[in-house]
Design a protein around this ligand. Sequence first.
Ligand SMILES: [Fe+2]
Length: 310
Amino acid sequence: MLPATPLRSSDLRSPAKNAFKVAAALDAAAVLGVIYMVHEAQWLRRVDRRLEAPTAAADLHGLTIVQLSDFHVGFRPSFNLRAMRKAVDMALAARPDLVLISGDFACGPHGRAELQLRLRRLVDAAPLGVFGVLGNHDHGDSKAPFVQPTDPHLIEDCGVRLLDNGTASVNVGTATVQVGGVDDTDGGHDDLPAVLATLDRRPGVLRILLTHHADVVLRTEPGDFHIALAGDTHGGQICLPLPGRRILLSDLSAPFAEGAYDVGGGRQLYVTRGVGTSMLPLRAFCRPEIVVFHVVAGAPAAAGPARESA
Ligand SMILES: [Fe+2]
């Protein structure tokens, strides 16, 4: 039998030391993770997509349409103002013919002057105009604290045309683009039938549905619109790679999280991650984005993959 070796005091301290080291490493990892997520929240990407509309008039071929969404200007603390500036600069660089903004412009008074400045720049740059719809935050309706409604005149004074359950048409040569805008559905401000009642259903007209909430598309019929553009979900915003955890800050039952969908009957839908953040000023595995649609009209065209660039 071996003689017992007496324990030294340093042996007794080792487990405590190891636990401290582990805790320190976890703390450091958490801090680094938060720093990264703050960075990602401002790391805009540009997504280029083809908007296939073979039944739309050939005059519309090559049109560039930029979708922006969910600026959430005024949400504090956040870097949403910075992300919004980057998004607008990126949109201007795309030389858009038309800009469509799918809601949640602002949720507080901070930074509204800056928002107006950038909206005016978009209006000056887009020859066919800038159109928008309001989101739930614009109406002051949110789970996030301290959200205040936005006066629609602040947006309209910049030259942005808000579509409050209505349509607007712009002409390109002899062709027409019609945008139908549905107001926020969360607060019951929506009236899709009013939009449908004023649709221009002549052959060749490119019809786009603009809505904050994507599920509105489920109430449309095939042929009503060539595409529906929505926001709201932020793509999940914080999308840690856990099964079943795609949407963290949004409605878990939301049928459309982000990206392109074929809803059936030829109904196309794109749900953008948008630009800003809500609840937490963080993003993970879900970079904010602007979307640049290149209209392919007048003839069937070979499908191409989506393209992304930083
Ligand atoms: Fe939003």
